[in-house]
Design a protein around this ligand. Structure first.
Ligand code: FAD
Length: 471
């Protein structure tokens, strides 16, 4: 069975890798991997500047989700996995121009410790009283989907949306709390509300259970984030040599495909080519266009997935230049502060492997769902914004010894209300069109581990079909 994989980001590469594995186990599969650009990896890209590792896109992945770690193990690079330096994990929020540390006991945006919550200047007294009252929130049955902002505001008030929900979600989704679906993005919150009513009580109960489990099993907690010593690019560099090189087609943008008897006809720049199965690992809008003539509902559902764009700007400094910066992983900036910067990471603290002891890396994020226009700015303008806002927020004025700016156009899928229903419909349609599969960050999770998972699932599905067909 011949499979076309369209898209050579981590989702498409994972699909190719697991197809190779299935082939090695005897599944009669071959594939061609089509990538429109001249390099593989998609938004996953690291650069070296001197002895510093600069991440263009993702800098790490959540350790709790196993699929990226498992892939590293299968590629033989698990020894290079590093954890975030959690002993120094302090994240600040900019509040009225001042950097305020997130209080102890805050779990995502839910307070679980009374005294640090009472003492923090992050929230007004009105919000603190609302948090106390939240403990009485009655359990609610599953209602219709709502945004994260609506749910958080119901429980804790608008200040928590502005100061926590929005900045935290713009870090993960490049999106804002008022347009992301709570059921798609924070399904645990929905479950907690159903079972406990109060998110605070649910978190406290969860923490108790977890503490008991950890005690019973002698379990050591994983670092929150994992990455690779050489940067996330190491994953791509280890994966690509494991593929059949003559099946990789760079600089090959697929424009359309047609269903044919027993498969699909892909229109490649070299002409029409027959495949028995197709795995889409492109952004949803690309798959939507290509499937418009094949299945209108599927194409519409895919076309409704919106994306946000972002810029990462990394500045290299001498470590001594950053003496005025507060120690920790960095800071998040609520929109209400009026800056364009959404977040800044002190990379050398979060992942000490990224820079030698005398160097510092400061990575700033701009863009997101509410500031797409920043993508139109020149590099000089972006740098001027970043340096001026860093000066205003932290007092940092030193001249960076290097600057790297990366633009990611419509790269982050937005899980808006109705997303889960759309994805369920897509799943149902695919169940009827078995030779078509989908992977990517709009499907079952935005992060690298979920992209690996969707690529793997698509590959295993095709391997089953190949075994059934015996060809
Ligand atoms: C700035 C940024 C920071 C992030 N940080 C993190 C993080 O810290 N941790 C985390 O887990 N996740 C993070 N993410 C999310 C995660 O990196 C992405 O969701 C994931 O890498 C997406 O992989 P993908 O393969 O699905 O898509 P992509 O990487 O977008 O790959 C899709 C590929 O398809 C190709 N393509 C498109 N059209 C065609 C066509 N017609 N024919 C052939 N090829 C085509 C594209 O060129 C591209 O290479 C971040 C994302 C961004 C943008």
């Amino acid at each position: 069975m011949r499979i076309a994989i369209i898209g050579g980001g981590i989702s498409g590469l994972s699909a190719a890798f697991y197809l190779e594995q299935e082939r090695a186990k005897g599944a009669p599969v071959e594939y061609a991997l089509f990538e429109s650009k001249d390099r593989l990896g998609g938004v996953l890209f690291s650069d070296m500047v001197g002895d510093c590792v600069v991440e263009g896109g993702p800098d790490s992945f959540i350790s709790e989700k196993p699929w990226a770690t498992e892939l590293c193990e299968e590629l033989g690079i698990a020894g290079d996995l590093i954890g975030s330096n959690d002993s120094q994990r302090v994240t600040y929020i900019l509040v009225k121009g001042r950097l305020v540390p997130m209080p102890d006991g805050l779990m995502f945006m839910v307070p679980t410790k009374l005294i640090p919550t009472a003492l923090t200047p992050l929230f007004s007294w009105a919000t603190k009283f609302k948090m106390l009252g939240e403990l009485m929130h009655p359990p609610s049955p599953v209602g219709k989907d709502e945004t994260v902002a609506q749910m958080v505001e119901r429980h804790f008030g608008p200040e928590v949306v502005d100061r926590l929900a929005d900045p935290l979600l713009s870090g993960v989704y490049g999106g804002d709390a008022s347009s992301l679906s709570v059921r798609a993005v924070l399904p645990k919150f929905v479950e907690m509300e159903e079972n406990y009513g109060s998110l605070c009580r649910a978190m406290l109960a969860g923490r108790k259970k977890m503490a008991a489990m950890q005690k019973a099993k002698g379990y050591t907690p994983k670092p929150l984030f994992s990455s690779l010593k050489g940067g996330m690019q190491e994953l791509i560099d280890a994966l690509v040599p494991r593929l059949t090189q003559e099946w990789i087609r760079l600089n090959t943008s697929i424009q359309s495909l047609r269903p044919k008897e027993n498969g699909w006809e892909l229109i490649t720049p070299q002409g029409a080519e027959h495949f028995d199965g197709v795995i889409f690992a492109t952004p949803a809008r690309i798959a939507s266009t290509m499937l418009a003539q094949t299945n209108q509902q599927l194409s519409e559902d895919l076309g409704q997935v919106q994306y946000s764009s972002s810029i990462t700007c990394t500045l290299g400094y001498k470590r001594d230049d950053l003496k005025m910066c507060k120690p920790g992983f960095g800071f998040l900036v609520p929109r209400s502060e009026g800056t364009r910067m959404l977040a800044t990471t002190y990379v050398h603290t979060k992942f000490p492997f990224r820079a030698p002891d005398d160097k510092a890396l400061v990575r700033c994020f701009l863009g997101g769902a509410k500031d797409q226009s920043v993508l139109q700015k020149s590099d000089e303008e972006v740098l001027a914004i970043v340096r001026s806002e860093l000066k205003q927020i932290t007092g940092l004025t030193a001249e960076p010894w290097f600057v790297k700016i990366y633009r990611w156009d419509r790269a982050m899928a937005q899980y808006t209300p109705g997303h889960l229903e759309r994805i369920a419909r897509i799943g149902e349609t695919l169940a009827d069109m078995r030779t078509l599969a989908i992977a990517g960050n709009f499907y079952k999770g935005i992060g690298v581990p979920d992209c690996v998972r969707t690529g793997k699932e698509a590959a295993l599905h095709m391997a089953v079909l190949a075994r059934e067909a015996g060809k």
